[in-house]
Design a protein around this ligand. Structure first.
Ligand SMILES: Cc1cc2nc3c(=O)[nH]c(=O)nc-3n(C[C@H](O)[C@H](O)[C@H](O)COP(=O)(O)OP(=O)(O)OC[C@H]3O[C@@H](n4cnc5c(N)ncnc54)[C@H](O)[C@@H]3O)c2cc1C
Length: 435
């Protein structure tokens, strides 16, 4: 039987938040041998958003060491040697299959046992699969999902093999929009399918979405709305050949990519940690209901101070910041000190083709659209504000400069009063840049 290993701190998961937590532990002077990261993945923590962006740009591909954490916030890239130098044990290709939080014991798929004093759950999310809904033929070959590096490698290989072939993208969210652009850039013929009246409905207003839909259509991407994939046909080799839509239409396909959402990976902690809104409930220091157990990144449901509400956030900025907050809190507590409460301003972004947008704040209330949102413009720049109870609380900007993006972040935090929606529409971006 494998020898039992013991660490002062263990992080389960080797994604974005684990990587940033490691950096914070190192900054705080963690001693050699005190910290272990146990990850199912075969490489050290990397910036996951790169998988749907630079990594799939086959002509000019970003390779993995380029986007090891902490490249995303301009920090040092943490190569395997970085962990060695800091005395941090990086245990890769290892899945924890059992967590006994009362006994402070973890068990891997091969039966190895790890003990810890403090545990950080950083297990992220996993994709929702069409087979979860019993969609017929959903296990055919060349139907892809994207979460980890191996998924991206399989997809990149298929894009090469099926060059100039037909791709159907199921889902009109982040993954759908970014991967449609990647497929088009790699010379595939692309059709997007989604049930909603417009893309990214959880964030975009109809006005924002009409710009992106127009832009994508001009790029030659076919968009089919108001229906879903109900089944797939295959050839004798078991490869997908056709997507059958619920409305009776069919779409030819050599490759299908599914981006219909993700769910937090919390099954290890079921029945042991208090949950809320689908995640592990934490306080403002990412402490769960179990002593010495913390949760960070996608799995944490934490108090969003700004809106006085418990929220779970599946975005990279929060993964980084929650990791830093938790580690600071853990280290401070050991010295009998405390740190300020987490005070997060939601920040989401995406990039595809030549486009790039940022969003800060909350997307509730009334909205105004401003700027040049003609998708045929040479340099489109437009945005939206969300106004609730007379205050500007959310701001979206496509094509902003770094200074303009900083300005929208500032107002989303400051929540200035708004005289009227008409004035706000007329002032547009100057409303925030003058503040
Ligand atoms: C393709 C893609 C593009 C994205 N683009 C953007 C973007 O543009 N902007 C943005 O804000 N966000 C984006 N995101 C979301 C962002 O990447 C996540 O919010 C972020 O990675 C969350 O970090 P995390 O550490 O919580 O989880 P993850 O980074 O998912 O890491 C979780 C880790 O835990 C491991 N793990 C899980 N269970 C176990 C177990 N039992 N044992 C061992 N290891 C385990 C996993 O293998 C993984 O290594 C994107 C996500 C994807 C998939």
């Amino acid at each position: 039987m494998a020898e039992e290993k013991s660490f002062k701190y263990v992080i389960i998961g080797g994604g974005v938040s684990a990587g940033y937590a490691a950096r914070e532990f190192a900054k705080q002077g963690v001693k050699p041998g005190e910290l272990a990261i146990i990850s199912r993945e075969v490489i050290p923590p990397y910036e996951r958003p790169a998988l749907s962006k630079g990594y799939l740009n086959l002509a000019n591909k970003a390779t993995v060491p380029q986007f090891y954490v902490c490249a995303g916030d301009g920090g040092e890239r943490q190569f395997p040697q970085w962990y060695k130098d800091k005395g941090i044990e990086l245990i890769l290709d290892t899945e924890i299959v059992k967590a006994d939080l009362a006994a402070k014991t973890l068990v891997t798929g091969t039966g190895q046992v790890f003990k810890y004093q403090t545990l950080i759950a950083a297990t992220g999310s996993s994709v929702i699969r069409l087979s979860d809904f019993g969609v017929q033929g959903a296990d055919a070959k060349n139907i892809f999902y994207l979460r980890e590096l191996g998924d991206a490698d399989h997809l990149a290989y298929a894009m090469e093999v099926k060059e100039k072939g037909k791709a159907v993208v199921v889902g009109g969210g982040y993954i759908g929009l970014e991967l449609s652009a990647a497929l088009k850039n790699n010379n595939l013929e692309v059709t997007m399918v989604y049930p909603e009246p417009w893309c990214m409905p959880r964030l975009f207003t109809a006005g924002i979405a009409s710009f992106y839909e127009g832009y994508y259509a001009d790029k030659g991407i076919n968009i089919v709305k108001g229906t879903v994939a109900a089944g797939f046909s295959t050839n004798a080799a078991g490869e997908v050949t056709e997507v059958k839509l619920k409305d009776g239409r069919t779409l030819e396909a050599d490759i299908v990519i599914v981006g219909v959402g993700a769910r937090p990976v919390i099954s290890l902690f079921k029945g042991q940690v208090e949950e809320e809104k689908g995640g592990l409930k934490t306080d403002a220091f990412f402490k769960t209901s179990v002593p010495d157990v913390y949760a960070i990144g996608d799995v944490a449901t934490f108090p969003m101070k700004l809106y006085n509400e418990m929220r779970r956030v599946e975005h990279v900025d929060h993964a980084r910041k929650s990791a830093e907050q938790a580690v600071k809190a853990i280290m401070a507590a050991e010295e009998g000190k405390s740190v300020p409460e987490y005070d997060y301003l939601p920040y989401f972004y995406s990039r595809a083709f030549d486009l790039s947008w940022q969003f800060y704040g909350d997307n509730v209330g009334e909205t105004v659209l401003f700027g040049d949102n003609d998708h045929k413009s040479q340099k489109p720049k437009f945005g939206s504000y969300w106004v609730k109870e007379g205050k500007l609380i959310g701001a979206f900007l496509e094509g902003g400069t770094p200074e303009e993006n900083t300005a929208i972040a500032k107002v989303a935090r400051a929540q200035p009063s708004v005289e009227s929606l008409d004035v706000l529409t007329k002032e547009g971006l100057s409303f925030v840049t003058k503040i």
